[in-house]
Design a protein around this ligand. Structure first.
Ligand code: F0G
Length: 457
């Protein structure tokens, strides 16, 4: 059969609330034109994030009843640890309540003034944790990543020559580790090839620098390798995942993505000394090393999710359903970042609303209009999230790309929900010339996109 279907049936449903255009207009104004400040019950289809928003399986819910809630040495931890070790090959698996908690521990230990952390592209929390430590976060995406209209296979790749120039310039002593984010979320959910991971590792080894994966979407990345990279077509996804991790010396993981749970994460390490220091911080900030900020039931659900996500029927459906949305939009002429990513479609706001200057946030204007038109919540990944003021001149420095992310939660929405989203985007696109930019009224010093308030111009 050619039709790709959801490889599950639905046992529990949750109603979603319809609102009128007048209600939405009031709600958006009260939220300062920032969808992060809208109540979830005022959203019809929530594409804000694929993080922690997944539907768990019957087996995961059953696992939650099996959770061992002992403070120390819980059975659930050992099950989780066994499965995580089998996948990643790391000697030490340290549970945390989510990805950024693992980042916080790692960069507290390795960061600080005068240190540099290169990545294909840092996610916002990774960048924030690095900068909070006093260190600098550097992005080296492959040049193809910036050409939003060209459909290259592995636009998540690291720019290896640029990374090498950076290592030579800064010196290996000031680079405690190099990171590769799979898939490259801030760069459009684009995969990183095995070849690129292997070559990044070779370069790091030459300079004696450890390589870490930001592994949130490891299974989606592995599935793209299977489909697109020569030599992997018949290799099981699990073996591809194991090979990806085999090149790394450690990882940070937000289990809220590819472990298909609502909360969880871990830090994976091979360095015994670093692991011991990480556990000391963990005990102060997260909890004892066999639960790390989580309940035993969370560890059970996470262990189960790490196995389910490797099911190739699931991954076929997952990647196809995101591609389906992208295909419908791009066939109708809507500019999206090509090709579709693993967890989201990214509208290219620069081409969608070229009349709005970056400092008036074209992506945020589209986000607001999608909510007004159809109750859909999306997120700007552009100059609201990554734009800055030059500290010496005060001049506005825009983000390299102006994107709107439509992130698809795992196993949550059906094809007709996605058809509704297509209709809404096409409606907004047909009225794009009337979109107006915004101005920031208030903002926080770090991660301003979460709480900033805007007014429409
Ligand atoms: N790294 C990447 C690549 C991420 O996408 C995220 C989270 C994190 C780290 C941090 O993980 O949320 O568990 O602390 N991304 C979410 C998103 C929030 O919407 O893309 P966390």
């Amino acid at each position: 059969m050619k039709t790709i279907i959801e490889p599950f049936k639905i046992k529990t449903v949750e109603p979603i609330r319809f609102t009128s255009p007048e209600e939405r207009s009031r709600i958006l104004a009260e939220a300062g034109f920032n969808p992060f400040l809208i109540r979830a019950e005022d959203v019809l289809i929530d594409l804000l994030t694929d993080s922690g928003t997944s539907a768990m399986s019957a087996k995961q819910w059953a696992g939650m009843m099996e959770g061992d809630e002992s403070y120390a040495g819980a059975r659930s931890f050992f099950r989780f640890e066994r499965i995580a070790k089998d996948l990643t090959g790391f000697d030490f698996i340290i549970p945390t309540h989510q990805g950024r908690a693992a980042e916080k521990i790692l960069f507290t230990l390795l960061g600080g003034a005068g240190k540099y952390f290169p990545n294909n592209t840092h996610f916002d929390t990774t960048r924030a944790n690095i900068e909070f430590s006093g260190a600098e976060a550097l992005d080296f995406p492959t040049p193809a990543a910036r050409e939003t209209a060209s459909p290259a296979d592995f636009k998540g790749d690291m720019d290896i020559p640029a990374l090498e120039r950076c290592i030579r310039e800064k010196g290996r002593e000031s680079i405690p580790l190099v990171m590769v984010t799979v898939t490259n979320n801030a760069g459009g959910g684009q995969p990183v090839s095995m070849k690129n991971i292997r070559e990044t590792k070779e370069l790091c080894s030459r300079y004696g620098i450890p390589l870490f994966l930001d592994a949130c979407r490891f299974a989606e990345n592995a599935f793209f390798i299977k489909k697109r990279e020569k030599g992997f077509g018949t290799v099981p996804v699990k073996s591809i995942v194991q090979e990806m991790f085999s090149y790394a010396d450690g990882c940070t993981m937000s289990a809220k993505k590819d472990a298909i749970v609502n909360m969880g994460g871990f830090l994976g390490l091979n360095d015994a000394d670093l692991a011991s220091k990480a556990r000391n911080i963990l005990i102060v900030t997260e909890g004892f090393p066999t639960y790390g900020g989580l309940a035993g039931r969370d560890l059970e659900a996470m262990a189960q999710g790490l196995e389910e996500v490797l099911d190739e029927n699931y991954l076929t459906y997952r990647i196809r359903s995101v591609e389906y949305l992208g295909e419908k939009l791009s066939r109708a002429g809507v500019p999206i970042l090509e090709p579709p990513g693993g967890h989201a479609i990214y509208l290219d706001a620069k081409r969608f609303a070229p009349h709005i200057a970056p400092h008036h946030f074209p992506g945020q204007a589209i986000v607001c209009e999608l909510y007004l038109a159809a109750g859909i919540r999306s997120v700007e990944i552009g100059s609201v999230m990554f734009g800055r003021k030059n500290p010496s001149t005060g001049e506005f420095v825009p983000a390299p790309m102006e994107l709107v992310r439509l992130a698809i939660p795992r196993r949550v929405y059906t094809q007709s929900h996605i058809d509704y989203v297509v209709e809404a985007v096409l409606d907004v696109y047909s009225r794009r010339k009337q979109l107006a930019g915004l101005r920031i009224v208030s903002e926080a010093p770090l991660l301003r996109h979460f709480t900033a308030r805007f007014e429409s111009l």
